[in-house]
Design a binder for this molecule. Structure first.
Ligand code: SF4
Ligand code: SF4
Ligand code: SF4
Length: 187
């Protein structure tokens, strides 16, 4: 039987800060913050092609973009396309089997054949590999979002300027995340 979805953990992922590992002392001096606007930068997960620029082009030393996981649409797969290298020698938690370069994506056994995957945001560098793997081979439950508590709200987001797919959009501060599976959560 499919395990009960961990809704509380999912919502908690949206609000936990988890920023202790972030180095914010090297910010560029000319950052222009959007102080009055109710608009925030966010990633449309349906447009993101996981190109890798979110990891390299944020003005922060460690990107304000993080991998998110939508538990309501996850298959809790034993063979997770977002977790394992395509040619993984074994389907276990050995570092050589993992797609994530920093070990930020965690795997926990629930019951045969289900596994739960969660993200340690302190380690996530927004490379998007997990999101690409999950989108290509799974349900697309792993995807990238701008963490609003980390984002400096630059007037001209340096990632938005180079995003090849137009995935960076302005959203209302009243609805700051473009969450996959939101409809399922309400049902
Ligand atoms: S694969 Fe990349 S985007 Fe996904 S959790 Fe690891 S560092 Fe973050
Ligand atoms: S607005 Fe600035 S801090 Fe936020 S994601 Fe874009 S470049 Fe990074
Ligand atoms: S730059 Fe755009 S397409 Fe590339 S990973 Fe970021 S949001 Fe996705």
């Amino acid at each position: 039987m499919k395990p009960t979805l961990n809704r509380r953990d999912f919502l908690r992922n949206l609000v936990l800060l988890g920023i202790s590992g972030l180095a914010v002392g090297t910010l560029l001096p000319k950052i222009m913050k959007k102080k009055e606007s109710g608009l925030l930068w966010q990633i449309n997960p349906d447009k993101c092609i996981q190109c890798g620029r979110c990891a390299t082009d944020c003005v922060l030393e460690q990107s304000a973009v993080k991998a998110f996981h939508s538990f309501p649409i996850c298959g809790y797969c034993r063979l997770c396309g977002g977790y394992f290298q395509p040619d993984a020698p074994r389907l276990d938690t050995g570092a050589e089997n993992q797609l994530c370069p920093t070990g930020a994506l965690k795997r926990k056994f629930i019951e045969e054949p289900y596994y739960e995957y969660s993200i340690d945001e302190r380690l996530c560098i927004a490379c998007g590999r997990c999101a690409k793997g999950c989108t290509d081979f799974g349900n697309g439950s792993l995807y990238l979002q701008v963490r609003q508590d980390l984002c400096l709200k630059c007037n001209e987001c340096s990632i938005a300027k180079v995003c090849p797919s137009g995935a960076f959009v302005r959203v209302s501060s009243e609805s700051p995340y473009l969450i996959k599976g939101r409809d399922e959560q309400k049902s």
